[in-house]
Design a protein around this ligand. Structure first.
Ligand code: APR
Length: 190
Protein backbone atom coordinates (compact mmCIF):
# COMPACT_ATOMS: atom_id res chain seq x y z
CA UNK A 1 0.00 0.00 0.00
CA UNK A 2 1.16 3.54 -0.68
CA UNK A 3 -0.12 7.08 -0.39
CA UNK A 4 0.94 9.96 -2.62
CA UNK A 5 1.70 13.08 -0.62
CA UNK A 6 2.27 15.92 -3.04
CA UNK A 7 5.29 14.81 -5.07
CA UNK A 8 6.38 12.29 -2.41
CA UNK A 9 5.38 8.71 -1.61
CA UNK A 10 4.70 7.04 1.74
CA UNK A 11 4.51 3.26 1.46
CA UNK A 12 3.97 0.16 3.56
CA UNK A 13 5.50 -3.26 2.94
CA UNK A 14 5.29 -6.45 4.93
CA UNK A 15 8.60 -8.29 5.29
CA UNK A 16 12.21 -8.21 6.42
CA UNK A 17 13.84 -4.77 6.31
CA UNK A 18 17.29 -6.31 5.72
CA UNK A 19 16.12 -7.38 2.23
CA UNK A 20 15.00 -3.90 1.20
CA UNK A 21 16.99 -1.55 -1.04
CA UNK A 22 17.02 2.09 0.05
CA UNK A 23 19.49 4.93 0.51
CA UNK A 24 18.99 4.62 4.27
CA UNK A 25 17.71 1.73 6.38
CA UNK A 26 16.67 2.59 9.91
CA UNK A 27 17.59 0.32 12.81
CA UNK A 28 15.70 0.17 16.14
CA UNK A 29 18.80 0.31 18.32
CA UNK A 30 19.57 0.78 22.01
CA UNK A 31 21.44 3.77 23.40
CA UNK A 32 24.68 1.83 23.86
CA UNK A 33 24.61 0.84 20.16
CA UNK A 34 25.56 -2.64 21.31
CA UNK A 35 23.26 -4.63 19.05
CA UNK A 36 20.50 -6.83 20.37
CA UNK A 37 17.63 -9.00 19.17
CA UNK A 38 14.72 -8.08 16.92
CA UNK A 39 15.43 -5.85 13.97
CA UNK A 40 18.76 -4.75 15.54
CA UNK A 41 20.06 -8.33 15.54
CA UNK A 42 18.78 -8.96 12.02
CA UNK A 43 20.40 -5.79 10.65
CA UNK A 44 23.80 -6.45 12.26
CA UNK A 45 23.73 -10.11 11.14
CA UNK A 46 22.98 -9.09 7.58
CA UNK A 47 25.27 -6.04 7.45
CA UNK A 48 28.41 -7.68 8.90
CA UNK A 49 30.90 -6.76 11.59
CA UNK A 50 32.09 -3.48 10.04
CA UNK A 51 28.82 -1.86 11.12
CA UNK A 52 29.20 -3.02 14.72
CA UNK A 53 32.80 -1.73 14.68
CA UNK A 54 31.56 1.68 13.55
CA UNK A 55 28.84 1.65 16.25
CA UNK A 56 31.51 0.87 18.86
CA UNK A 57 33.58 3.84 17.67
CA UNK A 58 30.53 6.15 17.96
CA UNK A 59 29.83 4.69 21.39
CA UNK A 60 26.30 5.77 22.28
CA UNK A 61 23.17 7.57 21.14
CA UNK A 62 20.57 9.20 23.43
CA UNK A 63 16.95 8.09 23.39
CA UNK A 64 14.97 10.05 20.78
CA UNK A 65 18.00 10.54 18.54
CA UNK A 66 19.75 8.64 15.72
CA UNK A 67 23.29 8.18 14.41
CA UNK A 68 24.47 7.14 10.94
CA UNK A 69 26.90 4.42 9.96
CA UNK A 70 27.75 2.91 6.61
CA UNK A 71 25.57 -0.07 5.68
CA UNK A 72 28.05 -2.93 5.24
CA UNK A 73 26.48 -5.70 3.16
CA UNK A 74 22.96 -4.21 3.17
CA UNK A 75 21.63 -2.81 -0.08
CA UNK A 76 21.81 0.72 1.28
CA UNK A 77 24.24 3.61 1.66
CA UNK A 78 23.49 4.25 5.30
CA UNK A 79 22.08 2.67 8.42
CA UNK A 80 20.47 5.15 10.80
CA UNK A 81 20.60 3.65 14.30
CA UNK A 82 17.60 5.20 16.05
CA UNK A 83 16.85 4.84 19.74
CA UNK A 84 13.13 4.84 20.43
CA UNK A 85 11.49 5.16 23.85
CA UNK A 86 10.61 2.24 26.10
CA UNK A 87 6.85 2.17 26.76
CA UNK A 88 5.93 2.79 30.39
CA UNK A 89 2.27 3.77 30.87
CA UNK A 90 1.85 6.17 27.95
CA UNK A 91 1.97 9.25 30.21
CA UNK A 92 5.74 9.67 30.31
CA UNK A 93 6.08 11.49 26.98
CA UNK A 94 6.55 8.26 25.04
CA UNK A 95 4.67 9.52 21.97
CA UNK A 96 6.68 12.75 21.77
CA UNK A 97 9.96 10.87 22.11
CA UNK A 98 8.90 8.37 19.42
CA UNK A 99 8.05 11.27 17.10
CA UNK A 100 11.44 12.85 17.83
CA UNK A 101 13.13 9.55 16.99
CA UNK A 102 11.51 9.41 13.54
CA UNK A 103 12.26 13.11 13.02
CA UNK A 104 15.94 12.53 13.88
CA UNK A 105 16.09 9.93 11.10
CA UNK A 106 14.44 12.28 8.60
CA UNK A 107 16.89 15.05 9.52
CA UNK A 108 19.80 12.66 8.96
CA UNK A 109 18.26 11.60 5.63
CA UNK A 110 18.20 15.23 4.51
CA UNK A 111 21.77 15.82 5.71
CA UNK A 112 22.91 12.80 3.66
CA UNK A 113 20.74 13.67 0.64
CA UNK A 114 18.78 10.40 0.80
CA UNK A 115 15.90 9.97 -1.62
CA UNK A 116 14.64 6.67 -0.17
CA UNK A 117 14.42 5.61 3.46
CA UNK A 118 13.06 2.42 5.03
CA UNK A 119 11.79 2.33 8.62
CA UNK A 120 10.86 -0.53 10.93
CA UNK A 121 8.12 0.02 13.53
CA UNK A 122 10.50 1.52 16.10
CA UNK A 123 9.83 0.65 19.77
CA UNK A 124 7.00 -1.83 19.04
CA UNK A 125 8.95 -4.98 19.93
CA UNK A 126 11.22 -5.21 22.98
CA UNK A 127 10.33 -1.63 23.95
CA UNK A 128 6.61 -2.59 24.06
CA UNK A 129 5.08 0.55 22.49
CA UNK A 130 1.51 -0.48 21.49
CA UNK A 131 1.17 -0.84 17.72
CA UNK A 132 -1.84 1.46 17.18
CA UNK A 133 -0.40 4.53 18.94
CA UNK A 134 3.04 3.78 17.43
CA UNK A 135 1.56 3.73 13.92
CA UNK A 136 -0.21 7.06 14.53
CA UNK A 137 3.03 8.76 15.62
CA UNK A 138 5.20 7.12 12.96
CA UNK A 139 2.96 7.87 9.99
CA UNK A 140 2.02 11.37 11.13
CA UNK A 141 5.66 12.37 11.73
CA UNK A 142 6.91 11.05 8.40
CA UNK A 143 3.91 12.39 6.46
CA UNK A 144 4.35 15.88 7.92
CA UNK A 145 7.99 15.87 6.85
CA UNK A 146 7.08 14.77 3.32
CA UNK A 147 4.28 17.36 3.16
CA UNK A 148 6.79 20.17 3.84
CA UNK A 149 8.36 19.42 0.45
CA UNK A 150 11.78 20.81 1.46
CA UNK A 151 13.27 17.36 1.91
CA UNK A 152 15.52 15.15 -0.19
CA UNK A 153 13.27 12.18 0.66
CA UNK A 154 11.07 11.16 -2.26
CA UNK A 155 9.97 7.77 -0.92
CA UNK A 156 9.61 6.66 2.69
CA UNK A 157 8.57 3.09 3.35
CA UNK A 158 7.66 1.27 6.54
CA UNK A 159 8.71 -2.37 6.46
CA UNK A 160 6.43 -4.19 8.89
CA UNK A 161 7.59 -7.59 9.95
CA UNK A 162 4.32 -9.34 10.66
CA UNK A 163 0.75 -9.24 9.54
CA UNK A 164 -0.54 -7.58 12.69
CA UNK A 165 1.88 -4.66 12.38
CA UNK A 166 1.17 -4.30 8.65
CA UNK A 167 -2.61 -4.31 9.19
CA UNK A 168 -2.35 -1.74 11.97
CA UNK A 169 -0.19 0.63 9.92
CA UNK A 170 -2.45 0.11 6.87
CA UNK A 171 -5.56 1.00 8.88
CA UNK A 172 -3.98 4.19 10.21
CA UNK A 173 -2.55 5.20 6.81
CA UNK A 174 -5.96 4.65 5.15
CA UNK A 175 -7.62 6.91 7.70
CA UNK A 176 -4.96 9.65 7.38
CA UNK A 177 -5.22 9.46 3.57
CA UNK A 178 -8.98 9.96 3.70
CA UNK A 179 -8.66 12.87 6.15
CA UNK A 180 -5.89 14.58 4.21
CA UNK A 181 -7.04 13.61 0.70
CA UNK A 182 -3.94 11.70 -0.38
CA UNK A 183 -4.45 9.29 -3.29
CA UNK A 184 -3.78 5.70 -2.20
CA UNK A 185 -3.16 2.47 -4.09
CA UNK A 186 -0.91 -0.55 -4.44
CA UNK A 187 2.79 -0.15 -5.13
CA UNK A 188 2.36 -1.06 -8.80
CA UNK A 189 -0.62 1.23 -9.39
CA UNK A 190 0.52 4.32 -11.32
N1 APR B 1 12.49 -6.38 9.61
C1 APR B 1 11.53 -5.49 9.97
N2 APR B 1 11.01 -5.44 11.22
C2 APR B 1 11.47 -6.33 12.13
C3 APR B 1 12.47 -7.28 11.84
C4 APR B 1 12.99 -7.28 10.52
N3 APR B 1 13.94 -8.13 10.14
N4 APR B 1 12.70 -8.00 12.98
C5 APR B 1 11.86 -7.53 13.93
N5 APR B 1 11.11 -6.53 13.42
C6 APR B 1 10.06 -5.71 14.05
C7 APR B 1 9.40 -6.24 15.30
O1 APR B 1 8.36 -7.17 14.96
C8 APR B 1 8.83 -4.97 15.91
O2 APR B 1 7.55 -4.65 15.35
O3 APR B 1 10.66 -4.50 14.49
C9 APR B 1 9.81 -3.88 15.45
C10 APR B 1 10.66 -3.30 16.55
O4 APR B 1 11.01 -4.32 17.48
P1 APR B 1 12.45 -4.46 18.15
O5 APR B 1 13.43 -4.90 17.13
O6 APR B 1 12.30 -5.29 19.37
O7 APR B 1 12.85 -2.93 18.53
P2 APR B 1 12.37 -2.01 19.76
O8 APR B 1 11.04 -2.36 20.28
O9 APR B 1 12.62 -0.60 19.29
O10 APR B 1 13.38 -2.38 20.92
C11 APR B 1 14.73 -2.00 20.80
O11 APR B 1 15.50 -4.22 21.21
O12 APR B 1 16.83 -5.54 19.86
C12 APR B 1 16.82 -4.66 20.92
O13 APR B 1 18.97 -3.61 20.76
C13 APR B 1 17.58 -3.40 20.62
O14 APR B 1 17.60 -2.85 22.93
C14 APR B 1 17.03 -2.52 21.68
C15 APR B 1 15.55 -2.89 21.69
Amino acid sequence: MRAIIGTRMLGLLQGDITKVQADAIVNAANSRLMGGGGVDGAIHDAAGTSVMDECARIGSCPTGKAVATKAGRLRARWIFHAVGPEWDDGNQGEADVLGATYQACLTLADEKGCETIAFPAISTGTYAFPLGPAAEVALDTVARHLEKGVTSVKTAVFVLYDHRAFDTFARVLSRLATERQWPVGDWDTP
